[in-house]
Design a protein around this ligand. Structure first.
Ligand SMILES: NC(=O)c1ccc[n+]([C@@H]2O[C@H](COP(=O)([O-])OP(=O)(O)OC[C@H]3O[C@@H](n4cnc5c(N)ncnc54)[C@H](OP(=O)(O)O)[C@@H]3O)[C@@H](O)[C@H]2O)c1
Length: 320
């Protein structure tokens, strides 16, 4: 991405202010340097500024806040033009649906009160009309609906697995495939999904800032290829030179397999359980408007996987 000229003091003061929530999370922490490269004025809403450890920048400020604390949002959203909502509460409580709803309602009300012009949210793919949609995916959709109903223009992106090192879904695939030569998996091995490279998700999130004003929209985004979760695991194994045998059995219940995930991966059993419940649902792009709206050509599975593996190898701590 080309570097833009740094703004003068005066120009910076008149630049629109962007609020970034989830700045310490996987997606938000990768979006922040891209906003900084463009010299965007960013205010990061973080729960713990003392431990947030965000890259310093002249045009970046921190605001202490919590999406469950409405008062903190009023202050954080003051003067904000565009707000990124990159938060989920799956890790903090088993009752995440209620908390995510409460958080989205707080954010929606505070954004409307503050006169925010646009909310940009990254949620999850999945067919809303499917009665078996997992609580996690249903909750991601519910958050999008609440934000859209705020009356503030909302761009809701919906994605499936984000392929990049540090993304929980990629880390799950990596840990499982590295550790288990034979994987006994539930039926979700055959579920189709449309993984997207981190760089493409970030490109969409950035480009959404520059859309001309318009109605709220839901934009489904995905990589070039539709694959099954089994093929995703095999592609990882192929690129790492691993031979892996995947055996699909109907008896391994999602609950049992989440405990199994909890044992063999860095994710907690609780987060793993929510994610794995979603693996039974196809997560593919059915309405590809995003491809028409933005000049972004997402990577296919081989390139996206290669980038994720390379990032992961770069991030690996060096042996002493
Ligand atoms: N990663 C993927 O594969 C993927 C795929 C599809 C969609 N998405 C969507 O992308 C968005 C971001 O996901 P992610 O993977 O970046 O998640 P993540 O790494 O788990 O980060 C979650 C963020 O939410 C913040 N947060 C949690 N509770 C909060 C609260 N009460 N108040 C304020 N902030 C709070 C966390 O801050 P703390 O540091 O304070 O905990 C953290 O910065 C989510 O909407 C997710 O559904 C992700």
């Amino acid at each position: 991405m080309a570097e833009s000229e740094p703004p003068t003091d005066q120009a910076a003061g008149s630049r629109p202010l962007v609020l970034l929530t989830g700045a310490t999370g996987y997606v938000g922490s990768r979006l922040l340097p891209l906003l900084q490269e463009r010299h965007v004025r960013v205010r990061c809403l973080v729960r713990n500024p003392e431990t947030a450890n965000l890259p310093p920048d002249e045009w970046t400020e921190l605001a202490r806040g919590d999406v469950l604390d409405r008062g903190s949002l009023d202050a954080a959203l003051h003067g904000v033009r565009t707000a990124y909502y990159l938060v989920h509460l799956m890790a903090s409580t088993a009752d995440f649906q209620r908390r995510d709803r409460e958080a989205a309602e707080n954010f929606a009300q505070a954004a409307r009160t503050a006169g925010v012009r646009r909310i940009i949210y990254l949620g999850g793919l999945g067919d809303e009309s499917d009665p078996k949609l997992s609580p996690h995916l249903r909750s991601r959709h519910e958050v999008g609906r609440i934000l859209r109903e705020s009356g503030v223009e909302t761009i809701e992106f919906r994605a499936s697995v984000v392929l990049g090192s540090g993304s929980l879904s990629f880390d799950l695939i990596q840990s499982l495939t590295n550790r288990l030569p034979v994987m006994i998996c539930p039926r979700w091995l055959a579920t189709p999904t449309q993984p997207i490279a981190t760089r493409d998700v970030l490109a969409y999130l950035l480009a959404a800032m520059d859309l001309p004003p318009g109605p709220s929209r839901v934009l489904e985004i995905g990589g070039r290829d539709v694959v099954t979760y089994g093929q995703l695991i095999q592609e990882y194994a192929r690129q790492r030179g691993l031979r892996r045998l995947l055996i699909s059995v109907p008896v391994l219940t999602p609950y049992l397999s989440s405990l199994w995930l909890g044992l063999v991966t860095p994710a907690t059993a609780e987060v793993g359980r929510h994610l794995i419940e979603g693996l039974r649902n196809p997560t593919i792009v059915q309405h590809p408007q995003a491809l028409e709206l933005f000049p972004i050509q997402p990577l296919g599975i081989q390139d996206a996987m290669r980038e994720a593996i390379e990032q992961s190898q770069r991030n690996r701590p060096k042996a002493p």
